[in-house]
Design a protein around this ligand. Structure first.
Ligand code: ADP
Ligand code: MG
Length: 361
């Protein structure tokens, strides 16, 4: 096992006359045996960061250490990728179709010219951990999707890696096996105490695997911390959207309230008068015919504009009754007729307030 330390890690690509900072002065420490998740948009620099750690990219600047050993330095690969004790799993979990499950798992060891008896022992050991010992003589087409993904993970683990790097590992899986794949990776990471870094555009992947997380945008690690803390306290609008659904709405600060048309939401801190953006996550808003909901504040009447059924919940769009240009998305358990007025409930303490640049205030 190993600790991973990144110091001012920078990777610049040249695209014509432009310089692209795929990694920009990244500082990160992932303790031995811990997992760390990074969320970021497409092109944010997630794959580049993993490739740098794997030794597949030369840093333009900065350093990478595994424990106290420097493995990469500016324009220098000090430890070769093959000697880094790294296993990397990519999006497709691709197996070799004309090799048995056994041979798929054994493949990396045969490449390393490991003696046959040792390969056999190791393959059976990891097959047991992943509960695929009974399908070792099958071909990939003869096993289930879940078993294929266990095989791909076994192939990554068979070399006894010190560090596991996962690049959007669940993106191409069916929704049905995605949850079990996430649970499996989480379990293996904990059991084997593998230092693990997972990157994905999907925050659900990160939340499923790890508590410690970061957000990468334009090559910059803009926020680090506990995943749920980042979800609750994003440093800016971009981060708030990357971490999950959120209503971003223009609002006015007036008389220590956030004013959305006729809707007045109390705020318990001093803010200058003026126009701001607010962010409210769908779970922090409710609508109801009743006058109170425990934990929520009744902030006034809204009009139902649209109600549609998506994946087990009704997605309802509401507007303040005197301003239809303002729209809020709310999830509810039952259908509400468009045109009706209804009480809006909010958790004021969960509202995120952003300045004109989108930074949290
Ligand atoms: P992500 O994995 O988050 O989608 P990448 O790390 O693949 O992002 O890419 C980050 C940025 O670096 C993008 O702008 C991408 O176009 C650029 N990039 C990545 N690899 C190369 C390369 N080999 N040559 C030029 N530009 C690259
Ligand atoms: Mg990528």
């Amino acid at each position: 096992m190993a600790k991973v330390v990144l110091k001012d890690l920078t990777k610049v690509f040249k695209k014509g006359k432009n310089l692209i900072y795929a990694s920009n002065k990244i500082n990160l420490e992932v303790s031995d045996g811990r997992s760390f998740g990074i969320v970021g948009p497409s092109g944010g620099g997630k794959t580049t960061l993993l490739r740098l750690i794997a030794g597949l990219e030369l840093p333009t600047d900065g350093y990478i250490y595994f424990d106290e050993k420097m493995v990469s330095a500016p324009n220098r690969i000090i430890v070769d990728p093959a000697d880094r004790g790294i296993a990397m799993v990519f999006q497709n979990w691709a197996l070799y179709p004309n090799m048995t499950i056994y041979d798929n798992i054994a493949f990396p060891l045969r490449n390393m010219k490991v003696p046959k008896a040792e390969i056999d022992k190791k393959v059976k050991e990891v097959a047991e951990i992943l509960n695929i010992q009974h399908i070792l003589d099958h071909y990939p087409r003869e096993v289930s999707g879940g078993q294929m993904q266990r095989t791909a993970l076994a192939r990554a683990l068979v070399k006894n890696p010190k560090i596991l790097l996962l690049d959007e590992p669940f993106s191409n899986l069916d929704a049905q096996i995605r949850d079990s794949a996430r649970a499996l990776v989480r379990k293996i990471q904990r059991e084997l105490k593998l230092t693990t870094i997972i990157v994905s555009h999907d925050p659900a992947d990160i939340f499923a695997i790890t508590e410690e997380a970061g957000v990468i945008v334009n090559g910059i690690l803009v926020q680090k911390g506990n995943a749920s803390e980042i979800y609750d306290n994003p440093i800016n609008e971009t981060v708030s959207k990357l971490l999950g659904d959120i209503n971003i709405i223009k609002a006015e600060i007036k008389d220590s309230h956030i004013k959305l048309g006729n809707i007045m939401i109390p705020i318990n801190r001093k803010l200058d008068k003026g126009v701001i953006d607010i962010g409210i996550r769908p779970e922090d808003i409710k609508i109801s015919e009743t006058n109170d909901i425990p934990g929520f504040v009744n902030v006034g009447k809204v009009k139902i504009k649209v109600s549609s059924y998506v994946a087990g919940t009704f997605k309802v769009v509401v507007s303040p009754i005197d301003d239809e240009s303002i729209e809020l998305n709310v999830n509810t358990e039952k259908h509400r007729e468009a045109g009706t007025d209804i009480n809006l409930f909010i958790k004021p303490e969960k509202i995120k307030i952003f300045d004109e640049k989108g930074n949290k205030i």
